[in-house]
Design a protein around this ligand. Sequence first.
Ligand code: PHE
Length: 340
Amino acid sequence: MQEAIDRLRAEGLSRIAQADSPDALESVRVGLLGRKGELTGLLRGLKDVSDDQRPAAGAALNQLKLELTAALENRTGDLAGAGAGSMDLDLTLPGRAPVQLGTAHPLLSVLEEICDIFYGMGYDRGDGPEVELDYYNFTALNFPDDHPARDIQDTFFLNEDMLLRTQTSPVQVRTMERVQPPLAYVFPGRVYRNENADASHSSEFYQIEGLRVDRNISLVDLRETVNAFIASFFGGERQTRFRPHFFPFTEPSVEVDMECVKCSGKGCGVCGQTGWLEIMGAGMVHPNVFKAAGYPDDAYTGFAFGMGIDRIAMLKYGIDDIRLLYENDLRFLNQFRGVL
Ligand code: PHE
């Protein structure tokens, strides 16, 4: 038996080495390991070997099978490698599946689109920290010490002085500390509020703040800027209206509504049958904010506005649940492939 095994090893390995095409190699494989192959024949012959020699013969046959299999695999690899240099392989054939490229997240695309519109109006872009001092998020923005927005229910406090910013407005003060008017900036970024998540609330979301300061800036400038932005972003002439509101850091303060994107003012589910959609908070910079920034008394006026990027993206693309923007479900994200 041992002799037969040694002979088959020598012959088998040499036949494998001599096979010069995948087809030739396949017939060598069948001849050795196939159902009627030589190795298979030896394995069948095991039953005729005496009891005391059978275990050693079986082990030797298994070992041979492993060796032959490995040699066949190697030779398959060699023949494929050689083929790559021949004309059988067309390296210019396109791949089978279309290559999936990544795309920007819809929130990021909308953020950049909004910034681009303001760059067109001469605005710069600024930035500030998400982990913010209570001073910039509230005190410098003229929030009284007992203002409810400071309440632990709305704000994630990190300690007595530090918090996760609840709005992008603190970047107004940080910027005015560094930059003298005239200035015009947008400040996009992430903000945090201690909210329970539902279709329209998330504990993290995005805002974009605008700030323009110069001599003799008026509410009319704010109105023209807002209207130009809305016409550019949502397209067409849309009615807007300013409703009186309150923010500690602007005086007067307004909320800006625009004609509903869905029903154009007739009233529908998106606008709660009012025909109007609230789109941003805004107002004239409060003198106490200029004071906190270190600007001289009465030298400048300015306007500021802040809007939720998530909300704008949802309105523009008819997304009805803010959580979709944070779950990164590819079935959702893929709908924006090539759209944005
Ligand atoms: N910071 C305000 C908010 O988060 C929005 C705002 C910004 C209002 C600038 C007026 C001026 O609701």
